[in-house]
Structure formats: C-alpha cells, structure tokens
Design a protein around this ligand. Sequence first.
Ligand SMILES: Nc1nc2c(ncn2[C@@H]2O[C@H](COP(=O)(O)OP(=O)(O)OP(=O)(O)O)[C@@H](O)[C@H]2O)c(=O)[nH]1
Ligand SMILES: [Mg+2]
Length: 202
Amino acid sequence: MVFGRPDRGIRPQTEPLTLKLLVAGGFGVGKTTLVGSVSEIRPLRTEELLTEAGRPVDDISGVEAKRTTTVAMDFGRITLREDLVLYLFGTPGQDRFWFLWDELAQGALGAVVLADTRRLADCFAAVDYFERRGIAFTLAVNCFDGAPRHSAEAVRDALDLDPDVPVVMCDARERDSVKRVLVSVVEHALATGITARRPATV
Ligand SMILES: Nc1nc2c(ncn2[C@@H]2O[C@H](COP(=O)(O)OP(=O)(O)OP(=O)(O)O)[C@@H](O)[C@H]2O)c(=O)[nH]1
Ligand SMILES: [Mg+2]
C-alpha cells in the first residue's frame, strides 16, 4: 500500500467466506458423529456419560452402544472450497438442553436437521424451530444399519416439509456423505436468501 492506494499488479488477499451452520435433530441421531466425521480440526465436544439415573428419559433404543450425550454443543470446521469455510455447531439432542438453542442459532446461515427413520417424530421439534425462524435447513436422514429405508418423498410427506426443503440420505460416519449434506444446506440457504429470515413467533 502506497499512500492508501493498493500496489499495482498485486492481488489483494481475499479472506474466505465463513458461514455458520447448525446441526440439529433428536437425541442420539448422530449429530456429534456428523460433526466429527467432516471437521478438519479436532472437534470440540461436550460429552457427558449417560447414567443409570437418566435411563427413563434418555431413550437409546436403536443406538444401544451409545455411552455419552452432548450437554452443550459440538464445534467443528470444514473448508468446503478454498474461499468457503463452514463452522459447524452441533446442538444437544435432549429436551432439557433446549435453552441453549437460541444462543447457538444466532448468526446461523442454515441448518442440518438429522433424522433417524426409526424415530422420525424426534426431529419434529427441530424442523418446527427452523421453520418458525425462517432458517433454511436440509433434512438429512442418517441411514443407520437395520433402520427402515424410505424414499425422500415419503420422509417429506411424513414430516409435512415444504416442497423446497431438500431431503437427502446420508451416513453421518462418512466424510463425503456429510459433505454432500453440507453443500445442500449452503445451496439451499443461498437460494432461499437470508431475507426469508424472520424473528421467532413463539
Ligand atoms: N450404525 C450407525 N451408527 C451411528 C451412525 N451415526 C452415529 N452412530 C452411532 O450412534 C450413536 C449416537 O451418535 P451421536 O453422534 O452421539 O448422536 P448425537 O445425535 O450427537 O446424540 P446426542 O448429542 O446425545 O443427542 C453413537 O454410538 C454412534 O457411534 C450411523 O450413521 N450409523
Ligand atoms: Mg451429540
């Protein structure tokens, strides 16, 4: 820089565009797994052991190997393209941590709502949350081994989703599969435009 003018011939360094996405959905649906499989930094996790005392409320049917649960958030980062970095915030799945959602949702461009076909109703609350706030989301079905397979259209009907909401099948353990979900959210959010965003009407 000479007297406030950029030097000729030197391209200004461009900072990558950074976007914040939430990863939401019911208890034990694979949110922490999803963030962990794509993050290029060691993901921040806030896991606590599931206890005997919590057994009546923490329903682990279908994910019997589950030993811990998220009590605050997951955090990870992925560079989708050289000029596009995503910050991923995984929400806690259990109802008793819902008070954290509004904090986590601030400034989010879009969201992934992760669903398990064995407990589809568990993602209603997340769908409702983002619909009310006008935050664009992609519904991603985490295809657990042994879980019934349904078409994207059947899932859309069951959840009564708007026709423009993308519904994709994924495996939260597979990096490429999760990347496809994230690309879908970004494309959908950019197509929808942040003008659609509105304050919550609760
Ligand atoms: N077979 C299979 N198991 C999975 C998949 N995703 C997650 N799991 C397992 O399912 C369990 C739950 O995964 P988590 O990632 O902790 O789920 P979560 O949504 O973060 O759970 P909470 O934070 O407690 O709501 C773990 O034991 C994972 O190893 C998947 O795609 N397929
Ligand atoms: Mg978790």
